[in-house]
Design a protein around this ligand. Sequence first.
Ligand SMILES: Nc1ncnc2[nH]cnc12
Length: 191
Amino acid sequence: MQSSYELTVGKLKRTLPIIPINQTTAIASFVLLGDAELAHYAAIELTKRITKPFDYFVTIETKGIPLAEEMSRLAGRQHYVVLRKSEKLYMRNPMSIQVKSITTTNVQHLVLDATDADLIKGKRIILVDDVISTGGSLVAAEDLLNRAGASVIGRYAILAEGDAGNRKDCDYLAQLPLFSLADVETDLGQH
Ligand SMILES: Nc1ncnc2[nH]cnc12
């Protein structure tokens, strides 16, 4: 098996390194930060697919931010909301929820500033992120948004990883496989 993965997103191609994340599994590491071309192109393609009326885009810190920024501009939205990974001193009454992600070992938090919570109360939300994988971040994000009185009416990501490719409630541009670490190591050992 290969030690990198050739990703195709519409007209764009990227070579992703395959990185172990635990004893058994490796991922093709997709880092949207810094890839202005891909963020812009993916935003155009995903924004085209939005058919329902909505009020705000919401994304999850960190790698969803460039995508939400581009999609907001394209959809003519002045403001979008970022669920942060930690409380900041400048936040007013932050609301928070626990989340476990595939790429981080520790339990993380998603945090919503009360100023943003006030903004999205009773509003229709489209969640956007770079990759949907286990869905853990998405579930936590939706719980937090529901607590704030908002409802998620759409979910868009550039990539759906592993089983997320079977989800019917998310729209995405390409699928990303998960890799067995045994296969990756066998391959690396041959070079
Ligand atoms: N393949 C991947 N690359 C980068 N971040 C991820 N988060 C979940 N899956 C990922």
